[in-house]
Design a binder for this molecule. Sequence first.
Ligand code: FES
Length: 87
Amino acid sequence: MVDVEGAQVAVFNLEGHYYAIEDVCTHDGGILTGGPVEGDQIVCPRHGARFSIRTGQALTPPAFEPTAAFPVRVIGGEVQVRDDRWD
Ligand code: FES
């Protein structure tokens, strides 16, 4: 997890591909990191909603809205993430 201009961003490495989603569950604002990662999904540790690590999509109740997904790139071995919601 990293702070990107005030947004808490969780970065994942799935089989060599990096993905970044906001570390916030849209059900009740819980922190997603700390929950189990199962395949390309993370399970909210509070009430069990599942989110796609690739897209931020909410996959199961009690969450229905996606969490934000951010662009990621790797430059010179450095993983770069950008919060582009307000560009
Ligand atoms: S806060 Fe994540 S499922 Fe409720």
